[in-house]
Design a protein around this ligand. Structure first.
Ligand code: GLN
Length: 277
C-alpha cells in the first residue's frame, strides 16, 4: 500500500464517488501501466502527476469508463468515451437471453437497434456461430465508438434513425432484434447521478413516461422478423408490466421478463407468432 493510493481513495470518497476504492485502484493501474496499488511501493513523479490529474477528473464525477477509455462487457472490451452510453453489467443478461434464444438457429440474422458502443450486437456475434449482426446507431457522437468497436469483426454498423429504419427492411428478414433503447422517464432525467448526467441524454431519454421507444419497436419492427422471431428489449426496473402490455397490444406472443443479477426486471422477450397471417 502506498501514500498516493491512500490519498486518492480519500479524495474520491470526499467527492462522493460511489465505490471510491475500486475506482482509485482502476485509476492507479491506468496511471502506472497496470501496477496493483496493494503490491506497489510508490510512483515516479510523472506517474504521480498523471494519477493526480486522473483523480481530479473522477472527483469531478466524470464516469470512470470515460477516463479509462475502455470498459469490459461479458468476455470482451469496448472503446467508450464522451458521447456514448457506457456498457453496463445489467445489459449482459439482455445479451445472454438473446444468445440463448438463438442457440438452435443456424446463422441467424440479427439487428441491434440504438446500439451505442455495440455491446449487445457484438456479444451476440461472439457467441452465436455464423450470426449476421447489424448494429444501428443514429448519434454522430456515438458513431466513432461503434465503428471502432466493430472494426475487424463481422458486425456491420449502420448510421440510421430507428424511427425510420424499419421502412427500408425487407419483410421477415430477421431472426432476432435486440435493443437497449433510451428508457428513462422525464422525472428520472431530472434526477440523474452526476456520472449519468455526463452520458448522452439521447441514449437515456425515453420521453415523458420512458416508453417512447417501446411503442415504436413493438409497433413497427414485427414485419422485419420472420414468424417465430424474437424482439429482446432492455427495460428499466419498473417497466416490465408496461412493455409486456405494449407487446400484447401489438400482437406479440410468449411475452416474458428476465431479471438482472441485482434482482431487477431487466429484459423483455417478445415473440412474433409462428402463424403466417
Ligand atoms: N441503465 C441506464 C441507467 O439506469 C439507462 C439506459 C437506457 O436508458 N437505456 O441510467
Amino acid at each position: 500500500m502506498n501514500a498516493e493510493f491512500q490519498a486518492l481513495c480519500a479524495r474520491l470518497t470526499a467527492a462522493g464517488v460511489p465505490d471510491a476504492r475500486f475506482d482509485a485502484a482502476e485509476l492507479y493501474r491506468f496511471a502506472t501501466g497496470g501496477r496493483d496499488p496493494r503490491l506497489d511501493n510508490g510512483l515516479t513523479e510523472a506517474e504521480a502527476a498523471r494519477l493526480a490529474a486522473l483523480g481530479e477528473r473522477r472527483a469531478a464525477r466524470e464516469p470512470l469508463q470515460y477516463i479509462l477509455g475502455e470498459w469490459d462487457f461479458m468476455d470482451f472490451s469496448l472503446k467508450v468515451g464522451p458521447g456514448v452510453l457506457c456498457p453496463r453489467a445489467d445489459s449482459e443478461v439482455v445479451c445472454e437471453a438473446a444468445i440463448d434464444l438463438l442457440k438452435d438457429v443456424p446463422s441467424p440474422t440479427v439487428f441491434d437497434l440504438c446500439a451505442g458502443t455495440g455491446c449487445l450486437g457484438l456479444g451476440i456475434a461472439r457467441h452465436v456461430p455464423g450470426a449476421d449482426v447489424t448494429c444501428v446507431e443514429k448519434s454522430p457522437a456515438a458513431w466513432p465508438y461503434l465503428t471502432a468497436n466493430t472494426a475487424g469483426t463481422a458486425v456491420c454498423a449502420v448510421q440510421a434513425d430507428v424511427f425510420t429504419y424499419y421502412k427500408g427492411l425487407p419483410a421477415a428478414c430477421a431472426d432476432l432484434i435486440i435493443s437497449n433503447p433510451p428508457y428513462l422517464t422525464g422525472a428520472e432525467m431530472g434526477e440523474l447521478m452526476p456520472e449519468t448526467a455526463r452520458e448522452p441524454a439521447m441514449a437515456l431519454d425515453g420521453g415523458a413516461d420512458g416508453l417512447d421507444f417501446y411503442r415504436l419497436l413493438t409497433a413497427c419492427y414485427k414485419d422485419a422478423l420472420r414468424p417465430g422471431g424474437w424482439l429482446v428489449l432492455e427495460i428499466g426496473y419498473a417497466q416490465a408490466a408496461d412493455v409486456l402490455a405494449l407487446g400484447a397490444a401489438h400482437g406479440w406472443v410468449h411475452g416474458s421478463c428476465k431479471k438482472d443479477y441485482g434482482g431487477n426486471d431487466r429484459a423483455i422477450l417478445l415473440q412474433k407468432s409462428e402463424k403466417r397471417c
